[in-house]
Design a protein around this ligand. Structure first.
Ligand code: ZN
Length: 299
């Protein structure tokens, strides 16, 4: 077989059937807080206008998106990308995923959830800052934010590494457990904290559309950007917001300035990434080229 392969490559010839082989990528494992990036190929004969492919994972139904480009290199099949966020506190062990095409079971897959070691941090907040967490507006604010973080725009606007919005000092990493007043706070830190001088500029991590550009009690001045296909980045505790809701921004465009608004004890940017409203480790997207499995078209 090896000799045969050597011969055909030496001749610069690749069998047509081989070149048309569909791409399929289903990782067997993923760590807590990671992104599960899956690719599936569906025979066009099984698709009709308005066909929908979903994946059921962790009691949630997540949409998959077909490639936008018209010149599919794999005749007879359509490629789908499916992204799922692994909660930072998900129990370790095997998880079954079910792919459904137009509501019918299409494929099942099992993923092993691996542990991630997260540090613990003692948090010091002034009484005035702590009081912001009891704001009577909080319930309404959470509803507004969650509705935006669950945005599912069809068009994918990223194809490369996300930009670090600020060259700051890493003060807190994703997944940290926080101790406040001697008690472990429920949940975990949902982003990356980058310390910087007041007023330092914050850039958009990638192309996108501004979903949120306003102040909230805990988040302070907040910007959220929709990058398409269920991926949203957020920028918290800003001193100033320089964009408006609905505005289209480019990768690297200045969107805000560093502050310490909301529940914050220092001048810093909290950078967060959400996949289908699930917070995931920002490092995945900051090093996207390394982590991402190239599609057939990208190879
Ligand atoms: Zn933070």
């Amino acid at each position: 077989m090896r000799l045969f392969l050597t011969c055909i490559f030496a001749l610069g010839w690749i069998p047509k059937v081989w070149a048309a082989m569909p791409a399929q990528h289903l990782p067997g494992s993923a760590a807590q807080g990671d992104v599960l990036e899956m690719q599936l190929s569906v025979d066009n004969a099984k698709l009709k206008k308005g066909s929908a492919l979903n994946v059921q994972f962790d009691s949630r139904t997540l949409p998959c998106f077909s490639w936008e480009t018209a010149d599919q290199k794999e005749p007879g099949a359509t490629q789908f990308d499916c992204l799922a966020g692994i909660p930072a506190d998900m129990t370790e062990g095997a998880r079954r995923l079910e792919f459904k095409l137009n509501g019918e079971l299409f494929l099942t897959h099992t993923v092993e959830i691996l542990p991630t070691q997260y540090p613990t941090e003692i948090l010091h907040l002034s009484p005035e800052t702590k009081a912001l967490m009891d704001s009577p507006k909080r319930g309404t604010e959470v509803k507004i934010i969650r509705a935006q973080l669950g945005t599912e725009s069809k068009q994918k606007l990223w194809d490369s590494n996300f930009l670090l919005p600020l060259n700051g000092k890493v003060e807190s990493v994703f997944g940290e457990r926080r101790i406040l007043d001697g008690k472990l706070k429920p949940g975990f830190h949902k982003g990356l904290d980058l310390g910087a001088k007041e007023g330092s500029i914050i850039k958009s991590a990638h192309h996108g559309k501004v979903l949120i550009a306003r102040r909230f009690s805990e988040e302070g001045n907040m910007v959220a950007i929709d990058h398409g296909q269920g991926l949203v980045s957020i920028y918290l505790h800003c001193s100033k917001i320089l964009v408006k809701k609905g505005q289209i921004v480019r990768r690297g465009e200045v969107i805000a300035k560093v502050g310490t608004t909301g529940v914050s004890n220092s001048f810093h940017l909290h950078l967060g990434f959400y996949i289908h409203d699930q917070p995931v480790n920002p490092n995945y997207f900051l090093d996207y080229k390394k982590n991402h499995v190239p599609t057939t078209q990208e190879k």
